[in-house]
Design a protein around this ligand. Structure first.
Ligand code: AMP
Ligand code: MG
Length: 333
């Protein structure tokens, strides 16, 4: 299949909307990362997203809408808390998990009786949703397991010839995926950390949201282990590599808590081509650039990428979630 390159003109957005309506796949920009979109209410179309990405069928999609009202057509119940948060943070990089209505096919929600909904702030994304006249199911537009694409070139690296079209629009301002917030219970629970942090939620609304306990456990297990770390191959690993890989480039990624320049020299002496990603404490820059930097370094043929961690608070916590996964939880001192 030839993947159409579209731009953000009226004509091209109309054309992209038509492709979505007829069951096709269109990659499009959002402020978080590029999404791979299909009509969320069309089972066949949504199934083809899973196929294009090689995504496990139990990993649910986020459904994108262009107006707050559209949430009520998909969710059976929007609590007062959920409505307040939507009003404050939409359009923007936060997704709400709500009980679904029957109209949402089970394939879209990975078999769950809840649906994840987001109204993006990217104008291109909202123009596409309106042009299609449908809610658009869209995971990140990458092959499953690889770093999320934050520009059209990175989408095409994975999806050229596999999807109907890509809208070559703006690069993603935020650069990491949305915060996923479960608002089906009494206390809002963050299932995936993102740009909208619990600190920001409380500051702007007074509502207290908590991280799902597994998120914090993983961080402290890997970065604050009890007892001393053993010496292996000259490095003291902080944790045995956890198996789960996500956001992973071809290169080996390692988080370095100690002297990163000394580590770089050690790798270079062994003849390994190595690069360092060090964003200091600039969490905005880290969010914006991390995924695209991983893809760029792969194109340059770098074998090992050493990453300096950020402080695990606020946006830094969300970025560390991505960095640790991309490293397969390999952390050295
Ligand atoms: P991606 O589309 O790659 O950004 O991933 C979407 C994220 O939203 C995944 O982490 C999903 O597990 C999460 N998600 C989507 N729908 C639900 C749901 N109904 N309940 C819980 N998490 C969800
Ligand atoms: Mg993804």
């Amino acid at each position: 299949m030839v993947t159409l390159r579209l731009n953000t003109s009226e004509d091209d957005i109309e054309r992209a909307g038509e492709i979505i309506r007829s069951g096709g796949l269109v990659a499009f920009p959002t402020e978080t990362v590029y999404g791979l979109g299909a009509d969320a209410l069309n089972e066949e179309a949504v199934s083809s997203i899973y196929r294009a990405k090689g995504r496990p069928s139990d990993n649910p999609m986020i459904v994108h809408i262009a107006t707050i009202d559209a949430a009520e057509e998909l969710a059976s119940e929007v609590s007062e808390t959920a409505a307040r948060l939507m009003e404050e943070f939409w359009p923007g990089p936060i997704t709400f998990v709500l009980h679904k209505k029957a109209v949402v096919p089970s394939v879209t929600t990975g078999g769950l009786d809840t649906v994840a909904i987001r109204m993006p702030s990217s104008e291109t994304a909202r123009r596409l949703i309106l042009a299609s006249g449908r809610p658009i199911a869209a995971p990140s537009a990458n092959i499953s397991g690889k770093p999320s694409p934050t520009n059209a070139g990175d989408v095409l690296e994975d999806m050229d010839g596999i999807i109907d079209a890509v809208i070559e629009g703006e690069s993603s301002k935020v650069g990491i995926e949305s915060t996923v917030l479960d608002v089906t219970g009494d206390i809002p629970v963050i299932l995936r950390p993102g740009f909208v942090t619990p600190e920001l939620i409380e500051e702007r609304t007074g509502i207290v949201a908590v991280y799902d306990s597994s998120l914090k456990e993983v961080h402290s297990e890997v970065l604050d282990p009890e007892g001393g770390a053993a010496e292996i191959n000259g490095f003291r690993p902080r944790s045995p590599g956890m198996k789960y890989k996500h956001y992973a480039p071809k290169a080996r990624v390692i988080i370095v808590e100690g002297d990163i320049d000394a580590r770089r020299e050690e790798f270079e002496k062994k003849g390994t081509s190595v690069a360092v990603l060090d964003y200091g404490e600039d969490s905005m820059e880290a969010a914006h650039s991390f995924f695209s930097d991983l893809r760029r370094l792969d194109r340059e043929g770098v074998e090992t990428i050493l990453v300096r961690p950020l402080a695990r608070e606020g946006l830094g916590f969300s970025i560390m979630n991505r960095m640790l996964k991309s490293a397969g939880y390999e952390v050295i001192i």
